[in-house]
Design a protein around this ligand. Structure first.
Ligand code: CP
Length: 302
């Protein structure tokens, strides 16, 4: 992983995933250290974020490193017309690693080609969110004790939700059975189903999960990604497609966990928050330890 960019989850191998998760567990035991002292991490967010940016910045700060960057590109020279490639070349001179979120699919790959330091993709359009995937895997391993042979339900916006795309790719290495629950307009894109077919993995598709809920090890809820719709009428039609309520998980396995990358809008009712199945706030906390593991591995410090 040393000096490698993390643009797609497939830039790392299955062994790399396992090493990151082991290291994240070490950081969870001891999150405050000086290992990043003298290192500068740039966080370039061309799209809004709460968890990803702040957990990266918290991860760096707790390890003694410094953060530079922006959370609003309108305050940068991008607003004067500077290209992404020039911005990246410049920021490469100011930092040891660049974390970037951008609305355009492929932007993180482009950035990695022009950067002289590693680039970590913090979300590029509807494409990928690999660091979210690693923290999701950490959360799944921590709660289920394994990543192998699980029944993973993905619910909501499977078309535009980048978190489910990269999570599917990574979990396809662990003999996962997938259940895709979405309205027809937001189904999992064909390319991901073809990937599962090639690997001989099972998946089910439907509009409702109630009859299968007792099979679920993980229910991964997602927000309908309003910002990706070109037609506001279509968004209005599907925006409230799935609201998970406490009554709907009463027959679930005792150890089933509900995950959500957050932010939630109208996908999980508040009455789920107090159930033993609710894990989404802890999941967001796990992002700090996982991102500590990612940064220190790429910088060759672990
Ligand atoms: N999970 C996630 O990417 O959240 P933010 O958009 O708040 O970073």
């Amino acid at each position: 992983m040393k000096n490698k960019s993390l643009v797609s989850i497939y830039d790392f191998s299955k062994d790399d995933y396992i090493k990151i998760l082991e290291l994240a567990a070490e950081f969870e035991m001891n999150p405050t250290q000086d290992i990043l002292k003298g290192h500068v991490i740039a966080t370039l967010f061309f799209e809004p974020s709460t968890r990803t940016r702040l957990s990266f910045e918290s991860a760096v700060s707790r390890l003694g490193g410094k953060v530079i960057g922006f959370s609003d590109s309108s305050s940068t020279s991008a607003s004067k017309g500077e290209t992404l490639r020039d911005t990246i070349r410049i920021v490469s001179n100011y930092s040891d690693l660049i974390v970037m979120r951008h609305p355009l699919e492929g932007s993180a790959r482009l950035a990695s080609e022009f950067a002289s330091v590693p680039v970590v993709n913090a979300g590029d359009g509807a494409n990928q969110h690999p660091t979210q995937t690693l923290l999701d895997m950490y959360s799944i391993k921590k709660t289920q004790g394994t990543l192998d042979n699980l029944n993973i339900f993905m619910v909501g916006d499977l078309k535009y939700g980048r978190t489910v795309h990269s999570l599917l790719m990574a979990l396809s290495e662990f003999n996962t059975t997938f259940y895709f629950i979405s309205p027809d307009e937001l189904k999992m894109p064909e390319e991901y189903k073809i990937l599962l077919d090639k690997k001989g993995l099972k998946y089910h598709e439907g509009r409702d999960f109630q009859e299968y809920v007792s099979d679920a090890d993980i229910i991964y809820m997602t927000r309908v990604q309003q910002e990706r719709f070109t037609d506001p009428i279509e968004y209005e039609r599907v925006k409230n497609s799935f609201l998970l309520k406490k009554s709907m998980i009463e027959n679930a396995k005792e150890n089933m966990k509900v995950l959500h990358p957050l932010p939630r809008v109208n996908e999980i009712a508040l009455d789920v928050d107090d159930t033993p199945q609710a894990y989404y706030f802890q999941q967001a906390l796990n992002g700090v330890y996982t991102r500590q593991a990612i940064i220190t591995s790429i910088l060759g410090l672990k």
